[in-house]
Structure formats: structure tokens, C-alpha cells
Design a protein around this ligand. Sequence first.
Ligand code: ADP
Length: 266
Amino acid sequence: APAAATNEIKGKAIPGIQNIVAVASGKGGVGKSTVTANLAVTLSKMGFKVGVLDADIYGPSIPIMFDVANERPLSVTIDGKSKMKPVENYGIKILSIGFFTKPDQAVIWRGPMAAKALNQMIFDAAWGELDFLLLDLPPGTGDIHLSLMQAMPITGAVIVSTPQNVALADAKKGVAMFQQDTINVPVLGIIENMAYFTPAELPENKYYIFGKEGAKNLAEDLKVPFLGEIPIVQSIREAGDVGRPAALQDATPIEKAFENLTKEVV
Ligand code: ADP
């Protein structure tokens, strides 16, 4: 299991939350939220108490992936203080920046504003006891990331990339961001998503649509762990769209792939 964050600038620890794992990608659309959602349900199936905080201000998709887009967190009073109660589905507690924006409205969150909203969702929320809080970060490596990383006691970060060069270049920047002196968040490793495609009628064939083993090679170059690969599977996409993460379904190759991946993270 990841060691506790010790860096003093990381701010206060959060009572009840054992590990905060940031899921990041340099580039958008590589499957960061999909991987976050499936890691969450897999951790939960393994017996851990799990929360997801969707901090992707540019496209908060976690509410859709968990079929809670029409719900809103209630407010509860704990020790005389009003706290936000995460929405829950499939045993996962969820807060998202998407709960505070109107659908179809493009909201431009400035760094400090986003950091403030996210701070409240971490420190003023009734998460209860959690083994893992997964933080779905926005893509990129901007100011928002810096303020978030500095405000929160992050245990470690996982980077999601496809094997494609443009995605890898951005993933490399992501790793560098976490490793820079003022941030200093341990990189738990790189996940290769959309690694290959296997058509149903040719089960022995692997087509490396975005290139072969790019993220694996990048992990080796950067001397960070390679956590594993997830192929392109239509049902992963469909499951995301209907709000029921694919790894929830038992005894499938997808469940197995996410289970192997998750074992590398914990
Ligand atoms: P990001 O969070 O990086 O922007 P998403 O998780 O939203 O990316 O994924 C982008 C799109 O790709 C979504 O439609 C999602 O369902 C799909 N997708 C992600 N990973 C896979 C995969 N392994 N197989 C098939 N579709 C995927």
C-alpha cells in the first residue's frame, strides 16, 4: 500500500481518509475518468471503502459514469457544522465539480476558484471512513493542478496514457509535474489505456491502433512503475455511457484486467 504523504506543504491530513490517489493524464480523452471509475469499483470489490472526487473542471464525467448525474449532494450537520454528503452508487461515495454546474453550461473555472470549490469538497464533506479517495484530475499540467496538489495530502498519483506519441509526450509532462520539488507527489505508475483492439471474430489478433507498448516504454524510460494495460473494448465505452462501470460485472476479461491493474496500485 502507498505510504502516507509526509511533505509538510501538502497541508493537513484528512481525518478518516487513509489514501488520496490522484488519477491524471496529460492529454484529454485518453480514458482517465473511465480508468478512475473502474479502479474505484474494483477497489470496492476488493473490500476497500472508496470515494471518488471528480475534479475535472473541463469535463466532469464521473456523475454520468456512475449514473448519478441528476442527483445532488445533500447537506448534513456533523458536530454543529454543515457538511456536504457525497452521493453514493455501487458502494462508491461521489462528489463532482459537475454537481455544481448547470448541464450544457461551459463553466470556465479560474484556478483559485476551482481550488476553493475542490477544497470544500475534500475538507467540508462527510466522506466518513475511506481507505481510498480517488481524485479524477483535469487533464494537463496547469495552475489548477499546482494549487490542488499543494492544498491536499496526496498519497500518490497514477498517470493514464494511450500508447500514442502525442499522449505520451503529455504524460511525460504529467510525471514531471508530480516529481517537481514544490509538488513532490510519488508517481505510483503509468497505466496504458486503449492498448490494443481485438475483434470478436478474430480473438487471437491484437491490433495496436494507437501504437504498441508506448506507455510501457515511457514508464521504463522515466523509471516509474508500469501498472498494466487495458485494451479498447466496446463494452467499456458502453458501460461508461449507461453509468455502470464495466468492472462491476463479474468474471469477465475486463474485470480481470482492472483487478490486475488495481493490485499494482494498492
Ligand atoms: P478522459 O477522462 O481522459 O477525458 P474518458 O474516460 O472520458 O477520458 O474516455 C474518453 C472516451 O473513451 C469515453 O467515451 C470512454 O467511454 C472511452 N474509453 C475510455 N477507455 C476505453 C477503453 N479501454 N475501451 C473503449 N472505450 C474507452
